[in-house]
Design a protein around this ligand. Sequence first.
Ligand code: PXL
Length: 285
Amino acid sequence: MSERAVGVPPPRVMTIAGTDSGGGAGVAADLRAFAACGVHGCVAVTAVTVQNSVGVTGVHPIPPETVAAQIEAVASDIGLDAAKTGMLASRPIIEAIAGACDRVGIGGIGSTPLVVDPVAASMHGDQLLADDALDAFRALLFPRATVITPNLDEVRLLVGIDVHDRTAQYEAAKVLHGLGPQYVLVKGGHLHEDTDGCVDLLYDGHTFTELPGPRFDTGNTHGGGDSMASAIASGLARGMAVPDAVAFGKRYIVEAVRHSYPLGAGHGPVSPLWAVRPWWEEPTP
Ligand code: PXL
């Protein structure tokens, strides 16, 4: 006799992002973070990158209409409880994503929550976004975003503020909020003046909330931003309010960095699956 197998569907989250052949960042990180956060991960690939731990040697954007079609195919059948964007590669791709989000109801107040991680470059400084695409980010995606999650390099590119202390981090959050997102999370990981901690700053236009955390002495943080944004999107898909989803993402990423590991000759990845127990070491039932 066959056993009945009907599970309960978990919340559904889509990553709209690029691939990393080294498996540390982009879609690979996002899907592992989704799995670790208890949600079903869907994928709209924006670009294929050729890379390893040392650097990126090729970027191959997907046709914009194919990016939009992936979003619409999933939203019209499986449905989505949240979405996040990562590497978007080019202006036409961002325009196609904005159009698809409009058609299926992603982003904006009362719609499916959207986390926008404005990825511009890899840890090695290799460009992952065309120069003319920053404007499209600001004009087309930020006003739709539930929360944007720039690091300090992205803050510099987006609004020209060089954040070297907490005061400038507050100022940057205010200026970025003026571009239209509901919440801004200015991540403090690149604020190396903060020697004994890593403080992320959340701002909703009225209230600032500092999220302190430990700073780890490691170069293995590849995929960290992607994993954190994916954890935040997972929290939102699980029905959390934005401040709770961001705290959930912070708690998640601290452990992912604590469990990061070396790989190749360059930067190793964070460990998005730190929470998964090694079931294979347990006796077979
Ligand atoms: O971590 C940012 C990022 C996002 N997406 C892709 C990447 C990287 C960094 O290298 O390669 C595809």
